[in-house]
Design a protein around this ligand. Structure first.
Ligand SMILES: [Zn+2]
Length: 213
């Protein structure tokens, strides 16, 4: 009996993240064939295949436990960092044509359509508990004092949150930020640098209520 030799993984390229912090993975001679995307939510990373039986589903990968090292270089097992596991899972699904969930690279498919904005207090991925609701309401109040408007529900402090800068009468800036950065550290106010092209320090201090307390 011959040992099954795993197919070599294809060369790949990680594209720029979209506004929701999803990273596309490309293969092919021009590195332009889309095979799926990866993203982080809290600590784990997720891989979402672009085609095949599992297209559009989320495959979850967690970081190795401390001390769980010495990874087999040919293994996409749990000793690898979660992001690498997620990418390798996609690449293996491309390389293994016999796999049930084989991924055929696609020409288009990226960028992905935006996720519909939630109109609820909590991001759809957040567990709806009284504690999370209370926390979300507090954070949204603090966000308003910093002149930011949430575009979707609260995603937790360490996940990207689409927000709108309220310091511009026209062409409002929108983008993903993290509450863990927005809130400032050690009970200090956050930096007055908000985003590229925003107002200078003195004007931010003059117009944002949080800096006048
Ligand atoms: Zn701004």
């Amino acid at each position: 009996m011959t040992r099954h030799e795993p197919a070599a993984l294809p060369a790949f390229r990680i594209g720029d993240a979209d506004p929701e912090c999803r990273y596309p993975i490309f293969v092919g001679t021009k590195q332009d064939r889309f095979i799926g995307h990866v993203f982080r939510w809290h600590k784990p990373w997720y891989a979402v295949p672009a085609s095949g039986k599992l297209a559009g589903t989320e495959q979850r990968f967690t970081h190795p436990a401390p001390g769980d090292e010495n990874p087999d270089p040919d293994d996409a097992g749990p000793a690898r960092p979660a992001r690498e596991q997620a990418i390798r899972w996609l690449l293996k699904a491309v390389a293994d044509r016999e796999a049930d969930h084989h991924i055929t690279p696609v020409h288009d498919g990226w960028p992905l359509p935006p996720t519909p904005v939630s109109t609820t207090l909590l991001h759809p991925r957040m567990v709806d508990t009284p504690t999370n609701r209370k926390r979300a309401a507090e954070v949204i109040t603090s966000l308003a004092a910093l002149c930011w408007q949430p575009i979707g529900g609260y995603p937790g402090s360490d996940n990207p949150w689409m927000v709108r800068c309220l310091l511009h009468a026209e062409s409002a800036w929108e983008g993903p930020l993290y509450w863990s950065h927005l809130r400032g550290r050690n009970r200090q106010l956050p930096s007055t640098y908000r985003h590229k092209g925003c107002l200078p320090d003195a004007e931010v201090r003059a117009r944002v209520p949080a800096y006048q307390a």
